[in-house]
Design a protein around this ligand. Structure first.
Ligand code: SF4
Length: 463
């Protein structure tokens, strides 16, 4: 047990994976800071180290154990150091991780993140804790979140997932779907707006499957309407949408509210109905195309992004060509494509079909990337000459360069013309040049909403 007072202790969190994990990290950081423990970027001076792992990574468990092997060595110099294994891999490994890593102090699954304060207290008194599983009565306990940004806030709508895509580990690591009541969501968004947040991102594994808990028939369309109507909300995003759950009423809300950003992530996974069936996705590519057309009809300039799995068990050359056709037809602003790799406990590796070799999957992936690169550059070129509002998100390497995001999520580099623009402000720019992954623009007005520079990571606790 450490004799060091909590107020002089520091924590270090390494985070892998998706926005859900990012938000879990912010929730854990908030609990640590409530105890007076401050963040550090140097794990060797930390009294608490947390590894927030992601099981979507290839060889995730192996990589996590390798990181824990590095962290446990720090105990030689700091025997009081507490090491916690968190996230989806921790959920899968549970007590096994405590047996495998003798210096590991505790394991916390994603549904137990809110218990970190209690787990730390038990660890300090020498108990080795494995807090995994999905307790029925767990609350969303979002009162203490150390926000990473002072202008962009993530708000959970749903935890877990009830779908059973055959490749996906999430239903096993994050448990069954649980929706937050609308009133709690609205209260959290209002709170962030009072603090000056500019952009709100609504989160859920299948965010558009949100339903009001209980007897109510309110769904995600009603929620979008309510949240987008809150006074002062400049930018609203949501991720991740499940194509089959995107109803015409939801599409109508995207058209109705101009503060819903015209950038939607719509994972399709494959352009072949045969592969979609093997994946258990529950939709066909024709209905996906129909949804894309509906969305584009209600919002001009809408940018779409997607996820693709390449080399899925049973994928043939013909299936791959259908995926290339889909990329060509939809013309995504961005794609996230990966070679299939089996996840322990998921059904896909047991499908009685031929699995494309690694060589074939790599070649197919490169073909998709090559096609996407040319489309992306063409789409970026179409923006040259247009005026866009940027949310300023970063400083450049030199004084004449800053960067921000358009509402359609493009990164734009611009010259602040000698007057640095505070992060979280909005500026208008004209797009001058298209690059492969970003744009260059010239500022054409003064910041509309001056804001304080962002605080250092983890230093803002909001309740
Ligand atoms: S919808 Fe499918 S891919 Fe998405 S989290 Fe649920 S099971 Fe995984």
């Amino acid at each position: 047990m450490s004799s060091e007072p909590l107020s002089s202790q520091k924590y270090f969190i390494e985070t892998w994976g998706c926005q859900m994990n990012e938000l879990d990290t912010q929730r854990m950081a908030g609990q640590l800071m409530q105890q007076g423990i401050l963040p550090t970027d140097d794990p060797t001076e930390a009294s608490v180290i947390l590894l927030n792992s992601c099981s979507v990574r290839e060889k995730a468990a192996q990589k996590a154990y390798s990181r824990l092997g590095i962290y446990r060595r720090y105990k030689e110099k700091r025997p009081e150091l507490l090491i916690g294994f968190c996230g989806c891999v921790a959920q899968q490994e549970g007590e096994k991780a405590l047996r495998r890593v003798p210096d590991l102090d505790f394991v916390v699954g994603p549904a137990r993140v809110g218990e970190l304060t209690d787990i730390l207290a038990r660890s300090r008194s020498g108990e080795r804790v494995a807090a995994t599983g999905f307790p029925e009565d767990r609350d969303f306990d979002l009162d203490t979140i150390s926000r990473e940004s002072s202008y962009k806030g993530m708000v959970t709508l749903i935890e877990g997932c009830n779908k059973k895509c055959t490749f996906c580990i999430v239903p096993y690591t994050r448990g069954p779907e649980r929706c937050r009541p609308l009133a709690h969501i609205v209260e959290e968004v209002r709170h962030l707006l009072r603090l000056g947040f500019v952009e709100i991102e609504l989160l859920g594994q299948t965010v558009n499957h949100w339903r009001e808990p209980g007897e109510s028939d309110l769904d995600f369309a009603d929620l979008l309407d309510t949240v987008a109507s809150l006074p002062g909300l400049q930018r609203l995003r949501f991720i991740t949408s499940y194509p089959r759950d995107f109803s015409p009423r939801m599409v109508a809300q995207v058209g109705k509210h101009q503060n819903i950003c015209p950038y939607i992530h719509l994972p399709v996974q494959s352009g072949s109905n045969r592969v979609l069936k093997l994946m258990g996705r529950g939709y066909e590519v024709e209905s996906y195309y129909d949804l894309v057309d509906q969305l584009r009809a209600v919002r001009s300039g809408l940018a779409l992004s997607t996820d693709l799995i390449v080399g899925f068990p049973g994928e043939t050359e013909a299936d791959h060509q259908l995926t290339l056709d889909l990329v060509e037809r939809v013309r995504y602003a961005q794609i996230f494509a990966f070679k299939y790799s089996p996840r322990p406990g998921t059904p896909a590796p047991r499908l009685k079909v031929e699995i494309p070799s690694d060589e074939v999957a790599s070649r197919r992936l490169q073909e998709i990337f090559r096609l996407q690169e040319s489309i992306q550059l063409e789409l970026n070129r179409e923006l040259v000459g247009e005026e866009h509002e940027l949310l300023v998100t970063g400083w450049g390497k030199t004084a004449d360069s800053q960067q921000g995001r358009t509402t359609c999520h493009r990164i734009v580099h611009f010259d602040p013309q000698g007057v640095p623009v505070p992060l979280g402000s909005t500026v208008r720019v004209r797009i001058d040049e298209a690059l492969q992954h970003s744009l260059r623009g010239s500022r054409i007005d003064q910041p509309a909403h001056p804001a304080e520079p962002a605080p250092p990571r983890g230093l803002r606790v909001v309740g």
